[in-house]
Design a protein around this ligand. Structure first.
Ligand SMILES: [Zn+2]
Length: 292
């Protein structure tokens, strides 16, 4: 008994009637209950109000509270399309899409890193195969503020040329929801703790916000690309590309141009032309982030 803490003794005292009379309701502590003075343990050897430390001993100093917001650099995830065993589109002169996307992605990453404004993550750094699920996982794990997938187009019509920007199509949203369930993604809330209808609503809310952010970035990006490179007609397009499916990561897929067009293929192989596009992407990211 002597080793019991004073609070445990107090609790026992309060609960005591319950032990002796089983019919007596157990008293419950009300919020704000004032513990009677008699129950407050008296600390021996120190007068009330006495200082814990002698004046000669410095008082412990609490660290000042950090009121300033923790500065976190926006995270940009760059996804070079295809890679490894998947070459992507093959140009008129045999250029592999994966070669162009790898170069462009590295060039964009270098630019963004040089600016010092962003944390940059590449979904692959080498010419390796990374499946779509893993690309999305990398984006979500890195807490991407923006996901940019880089590709080069190909079309039956050899005259088709120019860049375009894709965001997620409405029809693909159901698929996005299924991925969330299959992969047990944790959004801002843990969906496993929600009923299905509530979970659906939460995913939809996340999707709606992400969609408007993706659209906003796509608009800014096209605006920056205009004049720097050719754009295909109706250059903001929507598709169900897998890499655009994360419901909580604003994402666009940038098609740099058409490898099936000889002039575009020739341009995309040059660092100078890619630099024009890449600098437009950087300006678009700056503008988009400035508005956050
Ligand atoms: Zn592609």
């Amino acid at each position: 008994m002597t080793r019991l803490l004073p609070t445990a003794l107090l609790a026992m005292a309060l609960l005591a009637p319950a032990y002796s009379h089983s019919t007596t309701p157990i008293p419950r502590l009300k919020p704000g209950l004032v513990v009677p003075k008699a129950a407050v343990p008296v600390t021996k050897g120190r007068a009330p109000g006495a200082r814990y430390f002698k004046a000669s001993v410095p008082f412990p100093v609490l660290k000042p509270m950090r009121t300033a917001k923790v500065i976190r650099k926006p995270v940009i995830v760059i996804d070079p399309g295809h890679g490894g065993t998947d070459p992507g589109a093959v140009g008129v002169k045999g250029t592999y899409e994966k070669t162009i996307t790898t170069s462009a992605a590295h060039e964009l990453a270098a630019r963004l890193r040089r600016s010092g404004k962003y944390s940059v993550i590449l979904t692959r750094t080498k010419d390796s195969y990374v499946n779509h699920d893993d690309r999305l996982r990398i984006a979500r794990k890195g807490q991407a503020d923006l996901f940019i997938s880089i590709h080069a187009d190909s079309a039956g019509n050899k005259k088709a040329r120019g860049a375009s920007v894709y965001t997620l199509a409405d029809r693909a949203k159901g698929r996005s929801k299924r991925i969330v369930n299959n992969q047990n993604w944790i959004l801002d809330v843990d969906l496993s703790a929600q009923s299905d209808p509530v979970g659906d609503i939460l995913v939809e809310l996340a999707q709606r916000k992400t969609e408007s952010q993706s659209d906003e970035f796509a608009g800014i990006l096209l605006n920056e690309l205009a004049g720097k490179t050719e754009l295909v007609g109706n250059s903001h397009r929507r598709a169900g590309y897998y890499v655009l499916l994360a419901p909580d990561v604003p994402a666009v897929l940038l098609e740099l141009g058409f490898l099936s067009n000889q002039a575009d293929e020739k341009l995309l192989k040059t660092k100078k032309h890619r630099a024009k596009i890449i600098s437009s992407v950087e300006r678009a990211i700056d503008r988009y982030m400035d508005e956050r």
